[in-house]
Design a protein around this ligand. Structure first.
Ligand SMILES: C[S@@+](CC[C@H](N)C(=O)[O-])C[C@H]1O[C@@H](n2cnc3c(N)ncnc32)[C@H](O)[C@@H]1O
Length: 226
């Protein structure tokens, strides 16, 4: 499956930015994710921060290292950020020394992974983070999918999880620091002209007791000693 994903992104690379984020739907998600990252990431330049599955570098302004399985996606990220270190690698093979990073974040990647790969991702991230390092990632919310009776088609959006699933996977290795939703309203059903007006109230819903009914969840874990 990993080869299929790599081929897909190699072929998509040159149009990815426009295709996914060059419209009001993509912009809407991008703004929510950036707002989240800007709140959770440190604003000093000394931290070692990895964007895992960095793609074309949408969030590489928040990281100093990037890793991805697709050489074509990396090529574009490296053109945009010539001074940053962007390497081939995967969620289960991060080509850096152990205990190297202060923070690893990963967006729009776990949705492609099966349960074994999610476990590998957690183990590998644990190994590459310093003590008390933080791991931030998003995934489609299983509660939302159940509500809308979503049927996944192939690997693309194959993985959806509950917070309970994460709790079961992380055991004593991590502490959950925080989580919230991304994209509460079914924004594709609203005319694009009113989408920007919904941002603030959407973000509010994403933080309430209803957050697990958002389209995606973004979670922050802190590495605990093994
Ligand atoms: C939807 S894109 C997201 C890119 C970027 N994180 C963003 O939010 O714009 C998914 C990226 O994950 C990468 N990817 C998929 N499976 C991966 C894996 N097992 N290890 C590392 N990267 C992976 C793909 O090559 C692709 O660049």
């Amino acid at each position: 499956m990993i080869e299929e994903i790599k081929t897909y992104y190699n072929e998509l690379a040159s149009t990815y930015d426009q295709n996914r984020f060059g419209n009001s739907y993509g912009t809407y998600i991008d703004i929510q994710e950036r707002t989240y990252l800007e709140k959770r990431l440190p604003h000093n330049s000394t931290a070692n921060i990895l964007d895992l599955g960095c793609g074309t570098g949408r969030f590489m302004n928040y990281a100093n290292h990037g890793v991805d399985i697709s050489p074509k996606m990396i090529e574009i990220a490296q053109e945009k950020f010539p001074d940053k270190t962007i390497n081939l690698g995967s969620v289960s093979q991060i080509p850096h020394p152990d205990a190297f990073f202060d923070i690893i974040f990963s967006f729009h990647v776990l949705m492609h992974l099966d349960k074994t790969a999610v476990t590998d991702f957690l183990n590998e991230s644990h190994q590459k983070l310093k003590e008390n390092g933080r791991l931030i990632f998003d995934f489609p919310s299983q509660k939302r999918r159940r509500l809308f009776n979503y049927k996944n088609k192939g690997w693309h959006g194959a993985n959806a999880l509950l917070i309970k699933d994460i709790e079961n996977l992380i055991k004593q290795d991590w502490k959950i620091k925080q989580y919230q939703g991304i994209l509460f309203f079914p924004i594709h059903r609203f005319p694009s002209s009113i989408r920007p007006l919904l941002q603030k109230i959407d973000t509010l819903f994403c933080k309430t007791f209803l957050k697990e009914y958002s389209s995606y969840l973004v979670i922050e874990l802190e590495k605990a000693k093994r």
